[in-house]
Design a protein around this ligand. Structure first.
Ligand SMILES: *Cc1c(COP(=O)(O)O)cnc(C)c1O
Length: 368
C-alpha cells in the first residue's frame, strides 16, 4: 500500500468481510446478523460500512439515534434499521424514514403509539427493550402486563423484536451475573410472547456475547466492535482484522538542546540533545490530551515514537531521537500491526473510545 501524504483514516472493506464471516461462523445458521453502525460506524464511515454489509448479506442494522438512521436511508440503505435510543421528539421523523424504534419505557411506548396512530400507521415495526441488569434503559421484567395493556388497544404497531443488553459479556469473572441476565431476558420474552400470540425475534448479545455466550444468541445477534476488528480479548483480536487504520505524516523535524521545552505550557523539557517530529493530528481530530506526555505513541518505520508534551488541537510532537526518518515520512497512529486497543489501554481507555473519537475532519479513504 502506498504511503499517505496527509492524515487519513483508511477503511479496509476486505477486513470488514473477514470479520463479518468470522462472527457469522460463531452463530447457528438460523441466527440473524445485526450490524451496529452507530457513531459513524465506530468512527469510520457508517454509509460505506452499511453498503458493504448490505451487499454481503447482513440482516439488520442498528444505530443509537434517529439522525444516524436518516443518514443511512439518505445513502440508499434499504435493510431494516433499529434505532436503539430514540427520543420522542424525533418519532415523526423516524417514521418518515422507515426507521424502527427500540422502545424502552412506558413513556416512549405511549408516545410512539400516539405518533403512529396520528399518522394512520398499521402494524408499524417496533422493538421492546428489557433491562436485564445493565440498569441503563429498558422495561423491567414485571412491566410485561403493562406493555401488553398498551399494545392491546392499538393496531398501529407490531412488536417485531424483543431485546436486552449484556453488561459484562467480555468479563469472565462476571459469568454468573451474565447468566442471570440471560435468564431474566428469557423470562420476560417468554411471558410477553405467550400473551401476544406470536413470537417476536429475540436478541441480547453484543460482540462479546457472540464470542462467550452461545446461550444468549437467540434469533439474532448484534455486533459492533467485532465487525470493526476488535474482540475485547487477545485470543479473539488475533482472529479479527482492524477495519480502520489511522495514518499521518511527519510535517517537520526539530533538533533540541538540553533544557528546551516542547509544546504548550512547556510540559516537556528536553533532558538532552533530542530530535522531535511534529505530526498533523491533534485533539480536534480525536487524539485526546490523555495520550500526551508519553501515554500514547505512534509508529514510524515500525518503531514506537512517544508523544511528548501536551497534545495540541491540530498537532502532536513525538520523540524520534532513535529513529532514522525524514520530513514527509509516513506515521501510523494505529493499524493492523499496532492496534487501537493497545494504544487505548495504555492511556486507560478502550478501543471503542479511541475509534469513535476520530473526528469528521480526518479524511476517510476506502480500500476495497
Ligand atoms: C453498542 C451496542 C451494541 C454493540 O456492542 P459491541 O460490544 O460493539 O458489539 C449492541 N447492542 C447495544 C444495545 C448497543 O448499545
Amino acid at each position: 500500500m502506498s504511503s499517505v501524504k496527509e492524515t487519513v483514516l483508511e477503511i479496509n472493506l476486505a477486513h470488514l468481510s473477514h470479520n463479518f464471516d468470522y462472527l457469522k461462523s460463531k452463530v447457528a445458521p438460523h441466527v440473524k446478523m445485526l450490524a451496529v453502525v452507530k457513531a459513524s460506524g465506530y468512527g469510520s464511515d457508517a454509509s460505506v460500512i452499511a453498503k458493504h454489509l448490505e451487499n454481503i448479506g447482513v440482516d439488520y442494522f442498528a444505530v443509537a439515534y434517529t439522525s444516524e438512521g436518516i443518514i443511512l436511508r439518505e445513502a440508499g440503505i434499504k435493510t431494516p434499521i433499529l434505532v436503539l435510543h430514540p427520543q420522542p421528539v424525533n418519532f415523526a421523523k423516524l417514521i418518515e424514514y422507515q426507521l424502527e424504534p427500540s422502545l424502552y419505557s412506558s413513556r416512549t411506548l405511549k408516545e410512539f403509539i400516539k405518533v403512529a396512530t396520528l399518522q394512520n400507521q398499521k402494524e408499524y415495526p417496533i422493538h421492546i427493550k428489557f433491562n436485564s441488569g445493565l440498569n441503563r434503559i429498558g422495561f423491567w421484567e414485571n412491566d410485561v402486563d403493562h406493555i401488553l395493556s398498551q399494545i392491546d388497544q392499538t393496531n398501529a404497531v407490531h412488536i417485531t423484536s424483543l431485546l436486552s443488553h449484556l453488561a459484562a459479556s467480555e468479563d469472565h469473572n462476571e459469568r454468573e451475573f451474565t447468566l442471570t441476565q440471560i435468564n431474566s431476558f428469557k423470562k420476560s420474552a417468554d411471558q410477553i410472547s405467550n400473551k401476544l400470540g406470536y413470537t417476536p425475534i429475540r436478541h441480547q448479545s453484543n460482540t462479546s456475547g457472540i464470542l462467550n455466550y452461545p446461550e444468549a444468541h437467540f434469533d439474532m445477534v448484534r455486533t459492533g466492535i467485532g465487525l470493526y476488528g476488535y474482540g475485547n480479548e487477545a485470543k479473539y483480536d488475533t482472529q479479527l482484522k482492524p477495519v480502520a487504520a489511522l495514518k499521518s505524516v511527519i510535517s517537520q523535524i526539530h533538533t533540541l538542546e538540553p533544557g528546551e521545552s516542547v509544546g504548550y505550557n512547556r510540559a516537556f523539557i528536553s533532558p538532552g540533545y533530542i530530535k522531535t517530529a511534529t505530526i498533523p493530528i491533534g485533539h480536534a481530530d480525536g487524539i485526546g490530551r490523555q495520550y500526551g506526555n508519553k501515554q500514547g505513541f505512534v509508529m514510524i518505520h515500525d518503531t514506537p515514537a512517544y508523544i511528548i508534551g501536551n497534545v495540541c488541537m491540530d498537532m502532536i510532537m513525538v520523540d524520534i531521537t532513535e529513529i532514522d526518518c525524514k520530513e514527509g515520512d509516513e506515521v501510523i497512529i494505529f493499524d493492523e500491526a499496532s492496534s487501537a486497543s493497545k494504544i487505548a489501554e495504555r492511556s486507560g481507555t478502550i478501543s471503542y473510545e479511541l475509534l469513535t473519537a476520530i473526528s469528521p475532519r480526518v479524511k476517510r479513504v476506502v480500500r476495497r
